[in-house]
Design a protein around this ligand. Structure first.
Ligand SMILES: [Zn+2]
Length: 285
């Protein structure tokens, strides 16, 4: 179901700005590989316009509730309904709606999920909707593939991309953890370090003898200060995740404590290799 917490942060900031400045476009294309965030954000916008609460959109007032339940007369959702395509018959009712004015709110919302599945006829029918409309309506197309959207449709929409969300949130997390922008850029591809950190974490928890070998490998890989910081970030994150999941509670808590100490050693210029060795040897005791 719709989850107003699982939305695009950057995108909702932008939409809220547009709303406050009365500059909300009449048609959007939300490009979202997973579609879920895009759909949630579309409902978030409809709630923003109709919410009667203090912190708009609260998701809890009567208007928000009806929107989220699919019971608001000004909010329409077009979706696949188990079929392979979105047909012209699903677009026609929207055109009829367009002739009327909004029932309750200031604006009507047409939300079209899986827009890449619109048939050619449906896409063409949609075109008039996307022209500067006579009625106050916001049409939001959501797709996982903007290349499958008819160019004439696409050119009439404002495109919001949700696909870089994951990368951005990773950067945000690293910044929050204390890495600088330069350090993050300096990291380059972290896939290998992430993988090795994960193995080390498992080997530590299992008190596997391979942990010391792994430490040598990671020390060889993480030669830059930024990478070394990153390895500790990974290990701490894994320990906190394992704590939160209630797995091996005592061991995870002890490991996290040791990680904090070892990371302080690293920050005070003890060699990276030595800090990791300290970690393994202290944990084994
Ligand atoms: Zn509300």
């Amino acid at each position: 179901m719709i989850d107003l917490k699982n939305i695009g942060q950057k995108q909702t900031d932008l939409l809220r700005d547009a709303y406050l400045n009365k500059k909300v476009a009449h048609s959007y294309l939300f490009v979202d590989p997973m579609q879920k965030k895009g759909l949630n954000t579309a409902y978030w916008l409809a709630c923003l316009f109709n919410c009667t609460g203090e912190n708009k959109p609260d998701g809890t007032c009567n208007n928000c509730q009806r929107i989220l339940d699919g019971n608001h007369p000004d909010v329409f959702l077009v979706k696949l309904e188990g079929k392979q395509t979105l047909s012209i018959d699903q677009i026609r009712p929207l055109k009829e709606e367009l002739a009327k004015s909004p029932v309750e709110g200031k604006r009507r919302f047409f939300i079209i999920e899986n827009a890449e599945k619109l048939t050619l006829a449906a896409s063409n029918a949609l075109l008039n909707l996307l022209e500067e409309p006579v009625a106050p309506v916001v049409t939001i197309l959501i797709t996982n593939n903007e290349n499958q959207i008819l160019p004439t449709v696409k050119s009439r929409t404002q495109i919001l991309n949700f696909s870089d969300e994951k990368i951005d949130s990773k950067r945000a997390q690293l910044l929050e953890y204390g890495l600088t922008d330069e350090e993050i850029d300096d990291l380059g591809d972290t896939a290998k370090l992430e993988e090795e950190s994960k193995y080390l974490f498992q080997e530590l928890l299992e008190q596997n003898d391979l942990a010391l070998v792994r430490v040598s490998q990671i020390s060889g890989l993480a030669t830059k200060p930024a990478s070394q910081k990153f390895v500790f970030y990974q290990l701490k994150t894994l320990a906190m995740k394992s704590l939160a999941a209630g797995e091996k509670l005592r061991k995870s808590a002890f490991l996290l404590e040791l990680l904090m100490t070892a990371d302080k050693m690293r920050a005070s210029n003890v060699s990276f290799h030595n800090t990791l060795d300290y970690l393994v040897l202290s944990f084994e005791r």
